[in-house]
Design a protein around this ligand. Structure first.
Ligand SMILES: O=C(O)CCC(=O)c1ccccc1C(=O)O
Ligand SMILES: [Mg+2]
Length: 369
């Protein structure tokens, strides 16, 4: 494959509803959309999941743009590649970190590669599921009653798992009240690193509510304290922020830092690395699910493709486009029926980028040749 052109677009989409986590509130989503164009004029698409501010992790939209423009795109334009695996394994490996930037460009090349092979991205990655189960991530609300209303709506829509964002002061009481109304729903909590081991009492109190898992309770870069905490809980810990690579996943498994891993393609540097982590976790009996980063339809399509691999056995966070956006930038948009998404079978990501909407929401773009 020879790439002759790369287009970076900075898009801004308004969220239909603000999304609050322990680290802040998002009202809109600004992100980089990546289009790679081959010498015979075929495009591949992906998005960077880096946010505007370094609150989830250290990457930002600007840091991603810099790494893409000054390092990754020049490498891609200079080299002829046979397979997208070569990017993380060979060409990008000397550049430290910056996983979301790497994943964005690699993802676009994966889409292009799959299109050229006339395969769906799911098939190109080795996925075997025709449908995937999805859950929903519910942000911190103004009151427990509002949270209960949100759960009720999503339950009626068929979502398979309910994730509530928690933080100190919005945790045990919330879960207790939700469990009283919904004793049996698949329920979990995501703290986005809002606790330390000093808060062990609250975390142990959550152990009484039959949660599917507690996601990333401790520091964003920790796997040691999580191992101590996991030893004290029967509820599985799921790591999100702490896992950036196959190596991190291996260390967390070895230390007993978690019993479940949430894979975000961006956080681990791309689809190739995601697949390696998938295989490792499968060998070690660690169930996976695919996390979300409030993606547009393009990122959502990538999430659907990776979730079609067999060890993604738990419902992920890739909910319907209509929960996030007034209109999406793909056709058709992502829809959920009875908590399931049908994995598209057409070539590449399987959804058509909507160029009219992409133009409408682009605030800035640049072309590299
Ligand atoms: O609906 C989604 O896309 C998932 C939302 C979500 O939970 C999230 C959104 C932004 C940053 C981090 C997270 C997270 O999973 O921790
Ligand atoms: Mg999370």
């Amino acid at each position: 494959m020879k790439i002759k052109e790369v287009i970076l677009r900075h898009l801004k989409l308004d969220l239909l509803h603000p999304f609050t986590t322990s680290f802040g509130t998002e009202y809109d989503r600004e992100f980089i959309l990546v289009e790679v164009i081959s010498d015979n004029g075929i495009s591949g698409w992906a998005e960077s999941v880096a946010m505007l501010d370094p609150l989830y992790n250290e990457e930002t939209l600007k840091s991603n743009w810099h790494i893409l423009e000054d390092y990754l795109i020049p490498i891609l334009l200079k080299n002829k590649i046979q397979h997208p695996d070569e990017l993380s394994e060979k060409y990008f490996s000397y550049i430290r970190g910056n996983y979301m930037a790497k994943a964005a460009l690699e993802g676009a090349v994966w889409d292009l590669y799959a299109r050229k092979q006339n395969l769906s991205l799911s098939k190109a990655l080795g996925g075997n599921k025709k449908k995937i189960e999805v859950g929903v991530s519910i942000g911190i609300q103004d009151s427990v009653d509002v949270t209960l209303e949100m759960i009720e709506s999503r339950l009626k829509e068929g979502y398979k798992r309910f994730k509530l964002k928690i933080k100190p002061g919005w945790d045990v009481e919330l879960i207790d009240k939700v469990r009283k109304v919904y004793p049996d729903i698949p329920l979990m909590a995501d703290a986005n690193s809002a606790y330390t081991l000093k808060d062990i009492d609250q975390l142990v109190a959550l152990d009484d509510y039959d949660l599917m898992m507690i996601e990333q309770p401790l520091a964003y870069n920790d796997i040691i304290d999580h191992a101590d905490l996991q030893a004290k809980l029967k509820t599985p810990i799921c790591l999100d922020e702490s896992i950036h690579s196959l190596e991190d996943a291996w260390k967390a498994i070895k230390l007993g830092s978690c019993k479940i891993i949430n894979i975000k393609v961006g956080r681990v540097g791309g689809l190739t690395e995601s697949r390696k982590i998938h295989d490792l976790c499968q060998e070690h009996g660690i169930p996976l699910w695919c996390g979300g980063m409030l993606e547009s339809g393009i990122g959502r399509a990538h999430n659907i493709a990776i979730t079609s691999l067999p060890n993604f056995v738990l419902p992920g966070d890739t909910a319907a486009s209509s929960l996030y956006w007034a209109e999406d930038i793909i056709d058709p948009e992502v829809t959920v029926e009875n908590g399931m998404i049908t994995v598209p079978s057409s070539p590449g990501i399987g959804y058509k980028p909507n160029l009219t909407n992409i133009d409408k929401y682009t605030v800035y773009s640049e072309t590299y040749r």
